[in-house]
Design a protein. Structure first.
Length: 290
């Protein structure tokens, strides 16, 4: 699909980051192979800034998931708590569209290193055969400094997830300036662990499926969403007047779902379902396991 038009205050920055991600993930030109670990091929690319760019390439053997299914697992915080050991907490500060948001995230660090946090913008570009998710730092009054954290600069980070013969390929790229005083051993650990997340995302969706995913928002305004992995509960705040459709994973919800508002459920491919909700005014929609 074409990226949804938006005139939000960070639109220029988010689209520039997306193009940067697409260029970095287009080929392996300029990337130096580091090693293969846990089924993930690790690469490093030097940068004039002195902050290396790291990359992990993984492959998911499957015939029942789409790139979009995998991209949802890669981006939803409730899933990230499971697959990213360095993730601490996060908050979506504002959703400009259902595919573009301003966020805050806190990253764990071993004592005596202070935890890092990031104020960033995320943009998703979804097509049937390939999905991109880009993230980069921004300055915004809605995400002020947090006591006890050092504000890192996420120069570029993101995913390219696409159809390949026999399954789905995942590429995860990150370039981050952690700022402040950082032991070299910690930096080396980050450069190794971050790219391995590509394999962790593939492992998550293989084990659990994917959380409820908004696949169509017509007329309504998608304000925010959260997902609780332990409870298998998805909560979305929607405004305006229109229709929202969520794709439901048959693997994550084998016994079906409960929906907190009037709705319709229709069949979809791969034993999945579509939940259809018509909204008229501010509405909180909770989709949970039956």
């Amino acid at each position: 699909m074409v990226v949804i038009e938006s005139n939000n205050r960070h639109a220029t920055e988010s689209r520039k980051a997306l193009e940067n991600l697409k260029e970095l993930s287009a080929s392996l030109d300029g990337w130096n192979f580091s090693q293969e670990k846990e089924g993930v091929k690790l690469y490093i690319k030097s940068d004039p800034s002195g902050v290396n760019i790291v990359r992990g390439d993984a492959f998911l053997k499957t015939d029942k998931y789409t790139p979009r299914d995998v991209a949802v697992v890669a981006t939803i915080p409730g899933c990230r708590k499971i697959w990213d050991e360095k993730y601490d907490s996060s908050e979506v500060k504002e959703m400009f569209t259902h595919l573009e948001s301003l966020f805050w995230v806190k990253i764990k660090a071993p004592w005596p290193v202070s935890p890092r946090d990031i104020a960033g913008i995320a943009l998703r570009d979804y097509e049937d055969d390939v999905c991109y998710v880009s993230m980069s730092s921004v300055q915004d009054d809605a995400v002020p400094p947090v006591s006890g954290c050092v504000r890192a600069n996420l120069i570029i980070s993101g995913w390219k997830i696409y159809k390949a013969e026999g399954g789905i390929a995942l590429t995860y790229i990150t370039q981050i300036d952690l700022a402040g005083s950082i032991p070299s051993s910690f930096m080396k650990n980050v450069q190794l662990q971050v790219p391995l997340c590509a394999g962790k995302v593939a492992e998550y969706i293989s084990n659990y499926g994917f959380p409820p995913t908004p696949v169509e928002v017509s007329g309504a305004v998608y304000k925010c969403e959260t997902f609780d992995h332990a409870k298998r509960a998805h909560t979305a705040a929607v405004e305006g007047s229109g229709t929202v459709k969520w794709l439901i994973s048959g693997q994550m919800f084998p016994n079906g779902v409960k929906v907190s508002v009037p709705h319709e459920i229709v069949d979809a491919e791969n034993n999945n379902k579509i939940v259809v909700v018509n909204v008229d005014g501010p509405t909180t929609v909770i989709i949970s396991k039956a």
